[in-house]
Design a protein around this ligand. Sequence first.
Ligand SMILES: Cc1cc2nc3c(=O)[nH]c(=O)nc-3n(C[C@H](O)[C@H](O)[C@H](O)COP(=O)(O)OP(=O)(O)OC[C@H]3O[C@@H](n4cnc5c(N)ncnc54)[C@H](O)[C@@H]3O)c2cc1C
Ligand SMILES: NC(=O)c1ccc[n+]([C@@H]2O[C@H](COP(=O)([O-])OP(=O)(O)OC[C@H]3O[C@@H](n4cnc5c(N)ncnc54)[C@H](OP(=O)(O)O)[C@@H]3O)[C@@H](O)[C@H]2O)c1
Length: 309
Amino acid sequence: MTPEQIAELRKKKYNATVLRLTRAHSDLMILRVRPDFARPLHRPGQYTSLGLGYWEPRHPGCQEETLQPGDETRLARRAYSIGCGILEDGALLDIDRTDWLEFYIVLVRDSERQEPPALTPRLFLLREGDRLFMQEKITGHFTLDAVRPGDTVVFLSTGTGEAPHNYMLWELLRRGHTGRLLAACCVRYRRDLAYLAVHEELMRRYPHYVYLPLTTREADTINQKVYIQDLITGGELEQRLSQPLDPARTHVFLCGNPKMIGVPAKDRDTGARVYPQSRGVIEILEQRGFQADQPNIKLVGNIHYEEYW
Ligand SMILES: Cc1cc2nc3c(=O)[nH]c(=O)nc-3n(C[C@H](O)[C@H](O)[C@H](O)COP(=O)(O)OP(=O)(O)OC[C@H]3O[C@@H](n4cnc5c(N)ncnc54)[C@H](O)[C@@H]3O)c2cc1C
Ligand SMILES: NC(=O)c1ccc[n+]([C@@H]2O[C@H](COP(=O)([O-])OP(=O)(O)OC[C@H]3O[C@@H](n4cnc5c(N)ncnc54)[C@H](OP(=O)(O)O)[C@@H]3O)[C@@H](O)[C@H]2O)c1
């Protein structure tokens, strides 16, 4: 494709600008995007999609991609939860006065699926001022709707799954939520905790908030991994909450790796819910009296989840 054709496609298909790009490390970034349109109404926890053309270059060191004829003029689009930096200049961020949205994105260099990763190898070549596509509609069922004043709220995530939790946490702090708040995030390495300093500061300011970071591949953790599931079964979650996990007054939010979440499948013959072989948080909590949302029958429980793949 000629540079003129590429410039024309960018002009036609892109509707947003990279305002700020912060790299936690080479493969993890926080992206602030300003759309050309007024920022759509939305609720913390929801997502939109971002996109870049298949004509854009890919980051070196990523799985090779073979394009089919006609692909090079299309957009690669993916869903992204809206994140939140929570604090700015020593105070809770005043989101109402901003015109951008924050995203927290990890570079997927190789995919377990048949298809190579399409979007992140391109997103990771973006620079501030570059243009991209952002879907105008912000959507999603993963919100604080079911949480009542005074409830205990527990956010459990892996990797970039903490993005929507950070936005929901910001909302609860802004509302002056009085119930206990705990967020745990499990990552491979400590450097994958891009918001660690923010959470540490929040813990100093809000005595009812606890952040529990877990790493699984650092020298001191790789041989004794503690997954999110182990936090619950081993009792540390309740210990750090300073109260039992009471289904009557607790909402648990799960986001990230589907294996951590463990959404039950429906048996084709009997219709019964069947937990996945590798034990996820839903199975553990349902055995303790919790109930996961079941959107197919419009059931709203006290475990809410967003799977990233
Ligand atoms: C509702 C929703 C919200 C999402 N929000 C975010 C977000 O805030 N930040 C984010 O980084 N991703 C998020 N994702 C995942 C995102 O849509 C893309 O799948 C991801 O960025 C990889 O895109 P890709 O085209 O490079 O590879 P894809 O072909 O989309 O994915 C290839 C493989 O990468 C792995 N993978 C995908 N996403 C992640 C991830 N976040 N962490 C670890 N491994 C992953 C999976 O094994 C997947 O099969 C979200 C997905 C959904 C459905
Ligand atoms: N270059 C880098 O430094 C770097 C860093 C991070 C990510 N990445 C890339 O980003 C992509 C995603 O990586 P990610 O680390 O964000 O996501 P991830 O692979 O989902 O891992 C996030 C956390 O979930 C844990 N986990 C794995 N299986 C689990 C299970 N069954 N139950 C509960 N927890 C489980 C992981 O532990 P385990 O240690 O056991 O996997 C890890 O601590 C990958 O493609 C990777 O290559 C690159």
